[in-house]
Design a protein around this ligand. Structure first.
Ligand SMILES: Nc1nc2c(ncn2[C@@H]2O[C@H](COP(=O)(O)OP(=O)(O)O)[C@@H](O)[C@H]2O)c(=O)[nH]1
Ligand SMILES: [Mg+2]
Length: 446
């Protein structure tokens, strides 16, 4: 039932204060059944001091507030109780609510109701969890922009161009006897083209937006024993990976996130790549290769006190994309100079010593983060949104082609399809299943 009254704790247990939310047509009735304060009728959004009582008597000393529809988070009548954060106390307050006609909310149900009441669009609703889960300032900023309707505005602007184009075309279809196809094309084409460009530009922001969740990936690769795990620990500033003098110690991919300028950077330590390895090590090496392939930057490490070996050259030449050669163990006698390494690898070189910490700053500087444009630019951070934007852009490309090759009905179909895909982002054309899937990932009380 969607129109019942729900409650849920909104804060984790064990804190000083626990917030419990109630929403639905009976929210105020449920509150007044358990709350004993001086005032009978509470004003909108004002805090009142009182006690929560169950059939045994007082269970907590609290503050409570009422919110009147539609001026609440969910758009329904709501109430909030601010009690003590003890596990027992919260449980007793919740049980008092349950006995007075409210039902424990599903995860995300408050935000789902807010969406259904038109308080926020689907992209803003999704951003609520991104904001809560953000592990860097940049990710939090992006979520906050979506939460305040940034993506919704961009999508709506594109959709309104499409609506205008459709109106022009449909007016033309109604008068087929007049030869106005050229006029229609002249008027509608720029709208479609600019909508297509808008969708594509927005989709392209996912290249950097993607990294806000998973982090900018830096893989550390190289032969066994060159000091990869030592460098990994140095970059993380903690003893995370096991370091030994025995080759083949790291057998799996280990990763952790550091924050650089408010942006998450995922450092990935990998198994040393060698060609004579046992079964377990072989699996680790396979994973190392995959991790390196997916990473945005590779630190290719060699032991400069051992010189450049044939295996080093083999590993290096198998690496693709952006890579930097790291000459480790610079505290020992060097068998290879910087110039020699530059000649051998033809990429940027950084001299370091994991043992002394020399070169750590140079490694950090070498991690060049993606450009984010203006601070208030909207970035797409959600893979589903990215796919929908790409599909919409493709449909619009098809619409442009259909102007010359097919009749106007085909153009119309392509435009409508693009419009619908965009609507799945804001929720206008999203099915119940899509909507439920999104809110299923929410936490309780949100
Ligand atoms: N002298 C010196 N020894 C190092 C340096 N970096 C790593 N080592 C040593 O080299 C060995 C292998 O290091 P480890 O980080 O496990 O290498 P990995 O197999 O590439 O991960 C260990 O005994 C480390 O103490 C360094 O910069 N200088
Ligand atoms: Mg290692």
């Amino acid at each position: 039932m969607d129109n019942d009254t729900i409650y849920a704790p909104a804060t984790p247990s064990g804190g000083a204060i626990a917030v419990v939310r109630i929403s639905g047509p009976d929210a105020h009735k449920v509150l007044s059944a358990v709350f004993r304060g001086k005032q009978q009728k509470q004003q909108h959004a004002r805090l009142y001091r009182g006690y929560i009582e169950d059939e045994t008597g007082r269970v907590d000393d609290v503050m409570a507030a009422c919110f009147y529809a539609p001026r609440s988070y969910t758009g329904e009548d709501m109430a909030e109780i601010y009690g003590h954060g003890g596990r027992v106390t919260i449980a007793r307050v919740l049980s008092a609510l349950a006995k007075n006609g409210a039902r424990l909310a599903d995860p995300g149900e408050f935000t789902q109701r807010a969406f259904l009441a038109g308080k926020m669009d689907l992209s803003a609703a999704g951003a609520v969890m991104e904001l809560i889960g953000a592990n860097s300032a940049a990710a939090a900023d992006a979520a906050l922009r979506q939460l305040s309707g940034g993506l919704f505005e961009k999508i709506s602007a594109i959709q309104s161009k499409l609506t205008d184009a459709l109106a022009i075309i449909e007016a033309g279809i109604e008068y087929p006897e007049e030869d106005i196809e050229a006029d229609i094309q002249r008027d509608a084409m720029p709208l479609i083209e600019s909508a297509r460009l808008g969708a594509q530009r927005l989709a392209d922001t996912f290249a950097s937006g993607r990294m806000l969740g998973s982090g900018f990936g830096v893989a550390i690769v190289g032969r066994p024993n060159v000091g990869k795990s030592s460098l990994f620990n140095l970059l993380l500033d903690k003893d995370r990976a096991i370091v030994t003098a025995i080759p083949g110690t790291t057998r799996d991919v280990v990763d952790d996130v550091i924050i650089k300028h408010g942006f998450p950077v995922r450092i990935i330590d990998t198994a040393g790549i060698r060609y004579h390895a046992d079964e377990v090590e072989k699996i680790g090496i396979e994973r190392a290769r995959n991790a390196a392939k997916d990473a945005d930057l590779k630190f290719f490490v060699i032991d400069r006190s051992a010189g450049i070996t044939q295996e080093d050259m083999q590993i290096y030449s198998a690496l693709e994309g952006s890579r930097i050669a790291v000459l480790n163990k610079s505290d020992l006698d060097a068998k290879v100079t910087r110039d020699e390494a530059e000649k051998a690898f033809g990429c940027d070189i950084i001299e370091v010593s994991a043992a002394t910490g020399f070169g750590r700053d140079a490694l950090m500087d070498a991690i060049k983060l993606p450009e984010f444009g203006e601070a208030d630019d909207v970035v797409v951070t959600n893979e589903r949104h990215w796919q929908l934007l790409n599909t919409a852009a493709q449909s619009l490309e098809a619409a442009v082609v259909a102007f010359d090759t097919a009749d106007l009905d085909c153009v119309t179909i392509d435009i409508k399809e693009a419009w619908d895909k965009l609507g799945e982002i804001t929720g206008v054309t999203a099915t119940e299943e899509i909507i439920n899937n999104i809110f299923d990932t929410f936490c309780l009380g949100k």
